[in-house]
Design a protein around this ligand. Structure first.
Ligand SMILES: [Zn+2]
Length: 477
């Protein structure tokens, strides 16, 4: 790209960003700000789509089983489609839904802040001349809630689960921690979390909350909307939406990014604990509704009462199965590692583990009930980690001997055992050339195996992150 083009883009971006910081007191100012936001958002989405395209190609084959990795969502076009007489959806990384009543428009989820202005404009162009009355958020995650500020105006109700503000609080207060982690897994993300108010995470104050276990019913212009607190999936603040007359269930992220799938009982990215039994109860609540259409806030709607029912039951039974086997194993005195190796879904409950892995669910259920002290070793109780002793072990055993032993494990297909030894060598001497090469080989084997089996997004992204880290050492040395 020629320099003057680069400079003009930089200037344009600076002007647009300045517009975004305006305090918008009236309608005209808000329109200018939204137009600026749409331009900035288009640029940012394009950049992310390019970056994730390259990342996905380096990381393996997304889309086996017809299921997609969330990093691929940046290439989804932002466009509006009509899903039922009174239901529209603006597609994007996170979809925004619009329910039309004769007295106004109800919005369910608001997508990413960088895509919200375009999603909003296209939805309001599809159904002009009606006011927005409610913005409902499925939960506090940025890919569902960060677009809300683009929609909100005086008089619009912001509706959320009563746990929403607590979830938003800790995610905001730990933003540097979580953003840093997310960037390791998703290197296409911006270096710093955005600070411009309209793009920044947090700061949303609901004007209506739904208190568990109550269902909040909104009747407007002859349309009945039921808001169901359904915690346990992507957080304690999940709020789903049910249209009883139309039999449409708006799931937000209740199932995760695919339906059906084995859910993330709780995520390896690290967040507050999610309760497995609560999720099973929430699934039972949804099964009882007998939906004819599911509209998730990621990817495509699912239609067909019988298939939906069968898939919902299968998801519930799979979580229940893993939960019960884990408990039995705990009572039988088995270690968490034995149970991770042992427990897998029986053939009739098999489903994609692209988002949640069964063995990680075992570990998270074990820790949900028994928490941080595994009763494995005395040193777990104290502040000196095992890794602190790795240099000493490597000095005694010799780095070359450990790398040779790791090589034998790799040859026998025992890549995890090899990584145990190679992490010792890495701790003692990160630039050890044969150690680096063997380490990269073991990680590559693990990643190939992950792609060929579960195709789990998080596992592949983690292994890719570790590989990038080792490759950067190789490049420096
Ligand atoms: Zn999401």
């Amino acid at each position: 790209m020629p320099d003057f083009v680069r400079r003009s883009i930089a200037t344009l971006s600076a002007v647009l960003l300045a517009l975004l910081t305006l305090a918008c007191s009236d309608e005209a100012q808000r329109d200018i700000q939204r137009a600026a936001l749409e331009k900035v958002g288009d640029l940012a989405t394009e950049q992310m789509a390019n970056a994730t395209g390259a990342h996905a190609r380096a990381g393996g084959d997304s889309g086996r089983d017809g299921k997609n990795h969330s990093r691929d969502f940046f290439s989804i076009p932002i466009e509006v489609r009509q899903l039922a007489d009174n239901v529209y959806q603006a597609r994007g990384v996170g979809n925004t839904q619009m329910i039309v009543t004769s007295e106004g428009l109800v919005i369910y989820d608001t997508g990413l802040a960088i895509q919200a202005a375009k999603q909003r404009r296209l939805l309001l162009e599809a159904v002009p001349d009606l006011p927005v009355t409610h913005v409902i958020l499925s939960h506090s995650h940025a890919d569902h809630a960060s677009g809300a500020k683009t929609w909100l105006e005086p008089g619009i109700e912001l509706v959320a689960h009563h746990e929403f503000e607590e979830e938003q609080r800790y995610l905001k207060e730990l933003e540097p921690f979580y953003h840093g982690r997310n960037r390791m897994l998703f290197p296409f993300m911006p270096e710093e979390a955005p600070t411009i108010e309209i793009l920044a995470f947090g700061g949303l104050v609901p004007t209506m909350t739904v208190d568990q276990p109550d269902i909040l019913t909104i009747e407007q212009g002859g349309t009945v909307l039921e808001l169901l607190p359904t915690p346990g999936a992507e957080g304690a603040d999940n709020l789903t939406l049910w249209l009883p007359k139309e039999k449409i269930f708006f799931s937000g992220d209740f199932f995760g990014p695919n339906f059906p799938q084995f859910p993330n009982v709780f995520t390896m990215r690290g967040e507050k604990v999610r309760k497995p039994i609560e999720y099973i109860e929430s699934l039972n609540q949804v099964i009882a509704l007998e939906p004819e259409m599911i509209v998730p806030s990621h990817q495509d709607p699912v239609v067909g009462k019988e298939q939906i029912k069968a898939d919902l039951i299968k998801m519930r039974d799979a979580v229940q199965y893993v939960h019960d086997r884990t408990m039995e194993g705990m009572n039988a005195g088995k270690t968490v590692y034995e149970l991770m190796a042992e427990i897998s879904l029986p053939p009739e409950l098999k489903m994609t583990e692209i988002h949640g892995r069964v063995s990680w669910a075992v570990k998270s259920i074990w820790e949900y009930y028994a928490t941080w002290f595994h009763w494995d070793t005395t040193t777990e109780l104290y502040h000196v980690p095992r890794t602190a002793l790795f240099p000493e072990v490597v000095a005694l055993a010799g780095a070359d001997a450990l790398v040779d032993a790791a090589g034998a494990h790799i040859s026998a297909g025992r890549n995890i055992e090899a990584i145990h030894l190679l992490e010792m060598v890495h701790e003692a001497d990160p630039t050890h050339a044969r150690g680096l090469a063997a380490h990269k080989q073991a990680l590559t084997n693990m990643r190939d195996a992950a792609i060929a089996t579960t195709n789990n997004t998080y596992e592949i992204d983690w292994l890719s992150y570790r590989l990038r880290t080792l490759e950067s050492i190789g490049a420096d040395g």
